[in-house]
Design a protein around this ligand. Structure first.
Ligand SMILES: NC(=O)c1ccc[n+]([C@@H]2O[C@H](COP(=O)([O-])OP(=O)(O)OC[C@H]3O[C@@H](n4cnc5c(N)ncnc54)[C@H](OP(=O)(O)O)[C@@H]3O)[C@@H](O)[C@H]2O)c1
Length: 315
């Protein structure tokens, strides 16, 4: 792949913190949208150029996008685990995914950028029990998914009007830096397993390092929608077991279990059974996950967090 000039929105978040260095390591020149001088300093330290502008200001975006070969939109404001159930907590995230994705696409069109990548989630696919889910499987339109559908439609609009519009539907993020997965790992150390929904329901995940590698690989792939998940989705029972094994404990309690399904639409992205394939993206780009399943990925994560933890012994 030729070195490209890439603009990243959301480059200062969890996936962004892996993506910006991965793009630079692959030889690309990166500009990242920032919202504070502190984040600009972080971006500069990674070797990228910060652009302190608003995601909602189309003119500012257009000027910043000029001369770039690709725009990558990873911006979001997913509510914390404690607030996930409250519709009001989703307001900012919905605005970023609806108004924000529209202004990014309009500005990229105005600036003549030839390629746009938009993040989305596999959790908008319909529950398919133990059957596989691919990019042709039906999607659902539950309230918290509105933003994802609008963002995907904007990326498709870009693809129709311009050169390449790529939607990357990620599985559940985990790894050092993915706050909710770190929280679940901390619970596991206290013998509490997280299992939302039926024990036999499938969950499709992706380590942040593999998600970032997929963004780099997508700079070269044809217009379309792609599922970015690991090779082997596991049941929720096995997912909780893999987490407990990674931290070297036995799970005593698991929750919230089937009770999470009682909240219906508000938790459906966590409880539905999604056994998602990644073949389309692997075939289009040659990308393959470094962590083929959560058993390997959670072990790496536990190891990395252990080495980050302050030492309990004083010298
Ligand atoms: N968590 C999962 O399991 C999962 C799975 C698949 C996909 N995803 C999605 O992937 C995306 C990235 O996730 P993440 O974990 O990296 O999120 P994150 O850590 O919360 O990062 C969000 C990014 O968006 C930026 N942002 C927030 N509000 C903004 C605004 N008003 N204007 C401009 N930028 C704004 C943040 O900037 P600041 O640094 O300035 O706050 C940050 O760079 C999210 O959309 C998430 O839903 C998540």
């Amino acid at each position: 792949m030729q070195p490209m000039k890439v603009f990243v929105a959301g480059g200062t978040g969890a996936i962004g913190a892996y993506t910006v260095p991965a793009l630079i390591a692959a030889g690309h020149t990166v500009t990242a949208l920032t919202r504070s001088p502190q984040k600009s300093a972080v971006v500069r330290a990674q070797g990228a150029q910060p652009a302190e502008i608003s995601l909602f200001d189309r003119a500012q975006l257009r000027d910043a996008f000029r001369g770039h070969d690709a725009v990558v939109n990873l911006a979001s404001a997913l509510p914390s685990a404690e607030k996930f159930m409250f519709t009001s907590a989703w307001r900012e995230c919905q605005r970023i995914r609806t108004e924000g994705s529209a202004s990014v696409v309009d500005a990229a069109l105005d600036a003549g950028v030839p390629r746009l990548l938009q993040e989305s989630v596999v959790m908008i696919c319909r529950d398919n029990g133990a059957e596989w889910v691919d990019e042709n499987s039906p999607v659902d339109h539950f309230p918290v998914a509105v933003g994802n559908h609008v963002a995907e439609a904007n990326a498709r609009r870009f693809g129709r009007e311009h050169a390449a519009g790529v939607v990357l539907r990620f599985g559940i993020f985990y790894g050092p830096g993915a706050a909710h997965s770190e929280q679940i790992m901390r619970m596991a150390r206290h013998h509490i397993g997280f299992r939302a929904g039926r024990p036999g329901a499938y969950v499709s995940s992706i380590h942040l390092a593999d998600a970032a590698a997929a963004v780099v690989a997508a700079l070269d792939c044809p217009t379309g929608t792609y599922h970015i998940v690991d090779d082997e989705p596991v049941t929720r029972r096995d997912d909780a077991r893999a987490m407990a094994d990674a931290v070297g404990v036995r799970g005593w309690i698991t929750g919230p279990g089937r009770a999470a399904s009682l909240l219906g639409d508000r938790t459906t992205s966590m409880t539905r059974s999604l056994r998602v394939r990644n073949e389309r993206f692997r075939g289009a780009t040659g990308w393959a996950p470094r962590y083929p399943d959560v058993r390997e990925g959670y072990s790496q994560m536990a190891e990395a967090l252990r080495s980050q933890a302050p030492s309990s012994t004083s010298s």
